[in-house]
Ligand binder design. Structure first.
Ligand SMILES: Nc1ncnc2c1ncn2[C@@H]1O[C@H](COP(=O)(O)OP(=O)(O)OP(=O)(O)O)[C@@H](O)[C@H]1O
Length: 981
């Protein structure tokens, strides 16, 4: 196939020359294909082949080829020609050279093939060799490749790892950013919440204040009540005490009373005696009563007998009346019978009447006699009655006096008097009996009279019946006799009464004796009463007192009760208040809890914010450290009073701050009205310049806020880094204020020292011991000046600065003071400030005409870790950066300004050179850069404050400062290195 390719499947009708060319070309192509070197080998070989065994034919063929009259293609495409179609001879004749040519060609080709085979073999061998070499090489290469592959894989892995890390970092960054954004959102929400909470807290605080007021009032009220109750208790106590005293007095009185009771008992005994006497008297009285009873009985019996006789008489009279009635009837019959006779007897009757009249007259006489009798009886009766009355009166009087005595006795001795009253009542009964007897007597008298009337009626009826009348009269006389006997009996009774009266008198005398005894007893009692009266009086007085006291006590008890009720009410109110208070307290507690929770949340949020902020700072620091940037913070001072008082256009601040997104707190815009040619000039005639820094502090930013941002950097000095913080800006822009400050607002230097001391103390817990030394110097007119040194430099001597390989700086004749406290630092700082070169310039009344360098050497050792660190913190207050034209300095001031500007531009040059990666960094161009060399190199951390003034008058200088700071901000000075050994 190769050959077919070489020679073609068909031999083209080409000139002989073409065959040769073709062959050569083919060979060349083949050689080119197989090996370029083979061509060089082939030619001599071809020439050699001319001289070989078949060299003749080959040579012939080559000759033919050389002559150009034949080529292989030509040979193959050669057609036998003859004179005609059948001119075989001619054709055969043509055939012979053709066959020869063919043979020659074939041989040539064979030889070529053989040679080619040889060449091929050689080439193959060579190739094989080459291949083996190449294979070996390849193997090596493949090994290398595998190695490289591995390395590649490794690097790929590391790349992927790095990518991953990068991605992670990016993610982290994004996350951080998100978190930051979230934090910001959170912060804003939290700020809102905070504001709301503050509002709520304010409201709650007001509420609480009100509640507390109420609580205080209720407490005061409760206190007042308690005081009142206390007073009441005290009063009650006093009352109780007085009551106790009264009770004591009472008990004393009771004892006195007991004593008097003892006396009273004696009196009682005596009274008992007198009672016995009274009893005796009573007995006597009883005996008298008995006799009286007996008399009464007898009298009653007599009266009964009289009554019975009267009754019998009455019955008799009745019987007689009945008999008389019968008789009357009979008589009436007889009368009727006798009426006739009457008439007969009328005359006799008249006579009888006459007789009757006479009888009547005699009856009247007897009646008058009877009346006389009756009057005598009446007189007797009256007499008797008078006597009786007198007796009764006497008895009554006795009774009365007895009763009086009894009443008197009754008042003192009730029971005994009641006995006497009984006696009196009995006496009254006796008198009643007497009365009843009298009444009976009167009854008897009336009966007598009725009987007499009956008799008179009978006499009238039976006037005529004289016999009967006589009988009646005799009966009447009998009755009179009876009456007489009755009278005698009455006399007897009267006698008996008399005797009884005498008895009574004797008893009365006994009674009188008894009464006198009683009187005596009474007197004695009265005496005792008098005796006891006094004590009773006292007792009464005391009782009255006690009573009044009791009344008082009662009233006070009432008051107390009322107060108690009030107290109870108040207590209830108090309990209500307490309940209310409790609920209020609960509310307060819950509100406080809520507040605490909110506080906690706020604290957590603040902590989160703080953590987030520190994390952000750390990350930012890390990024900056990774970038190796020199950090730049811009700080704008507030307008001074002078500037404020300037004309309006001058007093308008030239700086505004970016408020959008990430640029917040970083970006600022300077507005200039002075450059009308500026392309940036806007329609309102202002030119705006935008700047971005790591941080932009507005006019109102406090020293604390500013320090917070650099605290990490300060901390890293403690960790063994070389740190340089310097303040750059025109005169009066606030560099000294930022770096040193004043007692009210200490600047970065005192704050850094404070942090270092506190952190150093904390690090002690981890085994770190720090030795901190301070040196303060100024670079004035390109010369170092020790601000802490006591003496002047020896003549011909000067401060020279040297740096060793480790970046350790030594300055000859420079005072280095070990410091352990802030007081020491402050006193040193004051001393340095007093020595520092200050002058009044066009821009600042107290302008710093030198660079002030506060140098802090921190050597830390940790024996446990076997480590020691060597950190340096350079805090530099640069001299004002204003241009000469601006400062209008002359003479010494001019020289100062020139040297200041020289060193400042050297500082710029050094930073730029580091940024550009120049092989030569012009540290030696100024004393400042030379001193700060280790801290300005690519192994340190640097931060620049660019201080700017916001006034229009300073705008051009501000623009210069900001431009310089912007350039510095873009510089990368390399990654910082920690100096640990
Ligand atoms: N942030 C600030 N807040 C309040 N007052 C400030 C602030 N910055 C500067 N000042 C006041 O501005 C005045 C000038 O400040 P300062 O002396 O610090 O400037 P300076 O840059 O150090 O000047 P110089 O380079 O001439 O020493 C001082 O009276 C200072 O108190």
């Amino acid at each position: 196939m190769e050959q077919n390719k070489m020679y073609g499947s068909r031999i083209p009708r080409a000139p002989k020359r073409a065959l040769k060319t073709l062959t050569e070309n083919d060979v060349k192509a083949k050689a080119n294909e197989e090996n370029v070197e083979s061509i060089a080998v082939k030619k001599p070989r071809l020439e050699e082949s001319k001289k070989g065994s078949h060299g003749g034919e080959e040579a012939e063929w080559l000759e033919m080829c050389d002559k150009g009259n034949m080529t292989i293609d030509g040979l193959l495409g050669l057609k036998m020609t003859g004179k005609g179609k059948w001119d075989h001879k001619g054709r055969c004749e043509q055939m012979m050279p053709y066959i020869r040519q063919l043979r020659a060609c074939t041989r040539y080709l064979r030889s070529c093939v053989g040679k080619a085979d040889g060449v091929k073999e050689a080439m193959v061998a060579e190739h094989e060799k080459e291949i083996s070499e190449r294979e070996a090489e390849l193997e090596k290469l493949s090994e290398k490749v595998t190695e490289l592959g591995e390395q590649f894989a490794e690097s790929k892995e590391s790349v992927s790892e790095m990518k991953e890390r990068n991605a992670e970092l990016r993610k982290e960054m994004e996350h951080k950013h998100e978190v930051e954004m979230g934090h910001k959102v959170e912060i804003s929400t939290l700020t809102n919440d905070l504001a709301h909470q503050k509002k709520v807290v304010g409201e709650k605080t007001e509420e609480i204040a009100k509640i507390q007021d109420n609580y205080v009032k209720s407490q005061e009220y409760a206190q007042n009540l308690q005081d009142f109750v206390k007073k009441l208790k005290e009063d009650t106590q006093k009352m109780n005490d007085s009551l106790l005293k009264i009770q004591e007095e009472k008990s004393e009185l009771v004892s006195d009373l007991n004593l008097s009771k003892g006396n009273a008992a004696q009196l009682e005994e005596r009274l008992q005696d007198s009672k016995g006497l009274v009893e005796q008297l009573q007995k006597q009285k009883d005996a008298l009563n008995e006799t009286l009873e007996a008399m009464k009985e007898r009298h009653g019996k007599a009266i009964e007998e009289m009554t019975s006789t009267l009754k019998a008489n009455e019955a008799e009279a009745k019987e007689r009346l009945d008999a008389l009635k019968g008789e009357k009837k009979l008589k009436e019959e007889e009368l009727a019978r006798m009426e006739g006779k009457h008439k007969e007897v009328c005359e006799t009757l008249e006579k009888c009447e006459m007789d009757l009249k006479e009888n009547v007259e005699s009856l009247k006489e007897s009646e008058s006699k009877c009346e006389g009798l009756q009057t005598t009886i009446k007189e007797m009766e009256a007499q008797h009655q008078q006597e009786l009355q007198a007796k009764v009166d006497q008895a009554q009087a006795d009774k009365e006096c007895f009763e009086k005595e009894k009443a008197a006795l009754e008042t003192s001795i009730e029971q005994k008097v009641s006995d006497l009253a009984e006696t009196a009542s009995k006496l009254s009964e006796t008198s009643a009996l007497l009365e009843s007897t009298k009444a009976e007597l009167q009854q008897v008298t009336s009966q007598f009279e009725s009987t007499k009337a009956d008799l008179s009626a009978k006499t009238a009826e039976y006037g005529n019946a004289m016999t009967e009348l006589k009988g009646v009269t005799s009966k009447l006389s009998e009755t009179s006799a009876l009456l007489e006997s009755n009278q005698s009996e009455l006399q007897e009774v009267t006698n008996q009464f008399e005797s009884t009266r005498t008895d009574l008198r004797s008893k009365t005398t006994e009674c009188e004796n008894a009464v006198s005894e009683l009187q005596k007893a009474k007197e004695e009692i009265n005496r005792y009463h008098e005796i006891t009266g006094q004590s009773a009086e006292n007792m009464e007085k005391l009782m009255e007192k006690s009573k009044s006291l009791e009344d008082q006590n009662a009233t006070q008890n009432e008051v107390l009760e009322a107060i108690k009720a009030q107290y109870e009410m108040v207590k209830q109110k108090l309990s209500l208040y307490e309940v209310q208070n409790g609920s209020v307290q609960e509310q307060y507690q819950s509100v406080m809890k809520q507040l605490d929770m909110k506080d906690q949340l706020l604290r957590e949020a603040e902590q989160k914010i703080h953590d987030g902020e520190t994390l952000r700072k750390q990350l930012h620091n890390q990024i900056l450290e990774l970038k190796g940037n020199i950090r730049v913070f811009c700080r704008t001072r507030p307008l001074s009073e002078e500037e404020v008082n300037q004309e309006l256009s001058q007093s308008i601040p030239t700086i505004s701050y970016t408020t959008q997104g990430e640029k917040t707190g970083k970006g600022l815009q300077l507005h200039l009205t002075t450059n009308p040619k500026s392309k940036k000039r806007s329609s309102n005639g202002e030119t705006h310049y935008n700047f971005d820094f790591d941080r932009s502090f507005q006019e109102n930013a406090s020293q604390e806020e500013v320090f917070e941002e650099i605290s990490q950097l300060v901390q890293s000095a403690l960790d063994g880094y070389k740190v340089c913080i310097f303040a750059y800006g025109q005169t009066g822009s606030g560099k000294t204020h930022t770096m040193i400050g004043n007692s009210e607002a200490p600047g970065m230097i005192p704050r850094s020292l404070e942090q270092i001391f506190t952190s150093g103390e904390k690090m002690k817990e981890q085994g770190w011991q720090y030795s901190i030394s301070v040196s303060m110097m100024e670079i004035y007119n390109e010369e170092y000046k020790d601000l802490l040194g006591k003496k002047k430099l020896p003549a011909g001597k000067q401060h020279t600065v040297k740096h060793d390989q480790q970046g350790k700086t030594s300055i000859t004749y420079m005072t280095d003071v070990k410091v352990t406290s802030m007081d020491k630092v402050n006193s040193l700082l004051n001393k340095a400030m007093s020595v520092r070169s200050v002058a009044s310039t066009q821009c600042n009344e107290h302008s710093s005409r030198s660079h002030f360098v506060f140098r802090l050497n921190i050597e830390g050792t940790n024996e446990a870790l076997g480590q020691s660190v060597n950190g340096v913190l350079n805090l530099v207050d640069l001299a004002g950066s204003e241009r000469l034209s601006k400062s209008q300095a002359t003479g010494d001031r001019l020289k100062e300004t020139q040297s200041i500007n020289k060193s400042l531009s050297a500082l710029g040059d050094v930073i730029m050179a580091i940024n550009n990666g120049d092989s030569h960094i012009p540290y030696r161009n100024s004393k400042l850069t030379w001193l700060l060399q280790p801290c300005l190199g690519n192994q340190s951390k640097a931060l620049m404050f660019v201080n700017v003034a916001p006034s229009q008058g300073s705008a051009q200088e501000t623009l210069c400062s900001l431009r310089f700071a912007s350039k510095v901000n873009a510089c990368e000075i390399g990654t910082a290195k920690r100096f640990v050994s």
